[in-house]
Design a protein around this ligand. Structure first.
Ligand code: NAD
Ligand code: UDP
Length: 319
């Protein structure tokens, strides 16, 4: 049985990756320090013999006994609210954490895939964003702690590939949504759905003309799976190119939830990118991948998940 280590396993994407690799017959070693994740996302796997969980901060030395075939490094705060609250940990997990996991990959002769992000493009001056675009990031702005950690992560990953011949893969993930997002992580999908379900007005930041392109989680996981088993070492964008303004997205959620809430406007966060849309030509060509689940279907499934949460969870607020 092949063994795979998944970091950030108790988070949104990590938990879906655990499910996928369990389904494919792997022995999954899940690692997380629970700083933004929740064991609830993976507790259904605890009873399985081919699943283990390590509560560990990957910014500290990482040890895993025995053989290891693959590593997926997904540990990192991922929402602006999270990484603004824990900026140093964000920088550390992207830099020291990635260094530790690349060292582990080298020692075990394992293939490693790291989770990069569309944030490496910053507030992009090229639209849609191709992998060849170098980006427009404010190193010392509030989002710099995340963006620069991820840019460093890509650089050290390529260096380990070039100088130590480690088998590496880099996925640049664009805004992804679905079940198991944390209701109050501040990202726009759980924020708007939570507000609609609680009967609150939806808070659009800025004038709402900024755009995002939302990918349903199952599509993303399929893209990551294909990339891991491809022989392509350069970064690959995975996302859904269907772009929408945040204002229109708020209206769409009001329509979907059948509520009569209003949209209210709040200040735009500093350095909030004005537009974002992946160019996925590379993923299409190399991985024969493209998203299959459109926003109306994906949002329906996501809404079902949020509706299944208890009243207590719906009204719990950490921020
Ligand atoms: P998430 O917050 O739900 O999950 C991240 C997980 O990493 C959490 O369980 C957290 O506890 C864990 N973690 C953080 N620091 C850690 C550390 N030092 N040691 C061990 N565990 C640690 O976020 P997510 O949306 O699932 O994002 C997962 C990865 O995907 C991140 O690397 C993120 O940057 C990347 N990504 C996500 C998106 C998206 O739209 N969801 C977009 C681009 C990139
Ligand atoms: N946003 C918003 N209202 C909210 C939360 C977010 O208008 O309650 C906006 C945010 O300013 C950004 C977009 O929605 O323009 C996407 O935000 P998110 O944090 O989900 O992702 P990111 O900015 O990292 O792409």
């Amino acid at each position: 049985m092949k063994k795979i280590l998944i970091t950030g396993a108790a988070g949104f994407l990590g938990s879906h990756l655990c499910d996928r690799f369990i389904k494919e017959g792997y022995h999954v070693i899940a690692m997380d320090n629970l700083i933004t994740g929740d064991l609830k996302n993976i507790e259904h796997l605890f009873k399985l013999k081919n699943f283990e969980f390590y509560n560990h901060d990957v910014s500290k030395f990482v040890h895993v006994p025995g053989d290891l075939d693959y590593i997926l490094h997904f540990a990192s705060p991922a929402s602006p609210i999270d990484y603004l609250k824990i900026p140093i940990q964000t920088l550390k997990v992207g830099s020291l954490g990635t260094h530790n996991l690349l060292g582990l990959a080298k020692e075990k002769n394992a293939r490693i895939l790291i989770a990069s992000t569309s944030e490496v493009y910053g507030d992009p001056l090229v639209h849609p964003q191709t992998e060849d675009y170098y980006g427009n990031v404010n190193t010392i702005g509030p989002r710099g702690v995340y963006d620069e950690a991820k840019r460093f992560q890509e650089s050290i990953t390529m260096a380990y590939h070039t100088y130590h011949k480690v088998e590496t893969r880099i996925v640049r993930i664009f805004n992804t949504y679905g079940p198991r997002m944390r209701l109050n992580d501040g990202r726009v999908v759980p924020a708007f759905i939570g507000q609609a379900l609680r009967g609150e007005d939806l808070t659009v930041f800025g004038d709402g003309s900024q755009t995002r392109s939302f990918c349903y989680v199952d599509d993303l996981i399929e893209g990551i799976y294909r990339l891991l088993f491809s022989d392509y070492v350069f970064p690959v964008n995975i996302g859904n190119p269907n772009e929408i303004t945040i204002k229109d997205f708020a209206e769409e959620i009001i329509g979907l939830t059948g509520t009569d809430q209003k949209v209210i406007y709040k200040p735009l966060p500093v350095n909030d990118p004005l537009q974002r849309q992946p160019d996925i030509s590379r993923a299409k060509e190399i991985l024969d991948w493209e998203p299959k689940i459109d926003r109306s279907e994906g949002m329906k499934r996501t809404l079902e998940y949020f509706k299944s949460l208890s009243e207590e969870e719906l009204y719990r607020s950490e921020h």
